[in-house]
Design a protein around this ligand. Sequence first.
Ligand code: SIN
Length: 490
Amino acid sequence: MSLTLQRSDLLRSTHYVGGRWCEALGGARYDVEDPALARVFANAPDGDARDAAAALEAAHAALPAWRAVPARDRSRLLLRWNALVLEHREDLGRLISREQGKPLAEAIGEIAYAASYVEWFAGEAARITGDVIAAPVAGRQMLAVKEPVGVIAAISPWNFPAAMIARKIAPALAAGCTVVAKPAEDTPLTALALVALAEEAGVPPGVLNLVTASRANAASVVDVWLADARVRKLTFTGSTPVGRHLARGCADTLKKLSLELGGNAPFIVFDDADLDAAVDGLMAAKFRNAGQTCVCPNRVYVHDAVHDAFVRKLVARVAALKVAPATDPQAQIGPLINAKAVEKVDRHVQDALSKGATLATGGKRLPELGPNFYQPTVLTDVSNDMDFACEETFGPVVPVFRFADEDAVVAEANGTPYGLASYFYTRDVRRIARLASALESGLVGINEGAVASEAAPFGGIKASGYGREGSRHGLDEYMHFKYLCQGGLG
Ligand code: SIN
């Protein structure tokens, strides 16, 4: 593999199952592409049902001993993992940049974000409690204790190759669960390196198992975990259609589920907003990871009275963004993940232009940089019959709608099957209270574009899924209550 790391042993190229680094049982491998060049630079084991089954056996066998480890010791282990992840943030950042494409500074920032979940859940592990319930009859003691759910299957996406898997594995281990995990086929290397550091931190064999697979084999891995009743919970971040398929697959064995799915976030700027702050917020929310985040604004609504001023400020900022490969220290926007992603972004832009939108800036591919680069784009004069109004673009495109009326814009904002994030900017405290309640989404940014935090419950409603990651609630997703009723004490 052509990638130099300070610690070359973080470049892992095999599965991790039962505490052993091993090839896929069928011996197959698949190619991993650098999205900046759209060229193969590495390969990974192409696992299938046999590898999934072996990982599950290992996780199941390791469960009794791991759940018996005192929570405080699990917490200490997570703190060691957190320290190692932070110590090697440069190497891990390089892996992300190479396989996912985001600029190095942003990739290193993602490592800090990933580590924050590990540190957070180390803290939560040390504070697991239950309830002592006032018994309604004499001579009884009633307790509600929390127990780990069991074996967890974690399926993570390519857009945040470190943070998304960390915020699944860390709470699972904190709760006393064991894990079988599959990272996205585009980004296996960061996940493997994180697992290598977890092993170094002292995670016992079998507690954490990671299997990689090509797009063609992904379903054969996941199907084994869906069908097996020993997997007690599935956690997935990705698209809504895949989430629905997984939920159906979990129905027979009635697994607990966390699904963090697609979004179509509205971003509303009222006429009393601080426009500079609103532009800052939009830039932060929209252009993080080149617009490839589930929470990034997909529809921007700007009040008539400030529309032109806002668009002027926005266009100046967007046009100044530096698009470049991750290796360029000035890069702010990297490539999109693959050709399919570029085609979708371009389809949305061309569809809007064909239906009367005005191109304020951008709107073109950048083949001189590489096949997957696309200009940051602002479109005005947009309308609801355009593709991005009902479909997540997942790229660096900002469509700006005009509005005049609060009730109407709230109805527009909510007029989507999705409900992950919403944002609005206003100085009116009564309006803040009204919109905070009226917007149908799991997260609401109020005069703030950067909402993600390990301390907050992250997740959606409606077609954006259910379950929460981060915060104290993120640990509960990996535990269940057991009610203990002891009689004869009178
Ligand atoms: C996502 O895009 O799925 C997650 C983004 C975040 O954690 O902020």
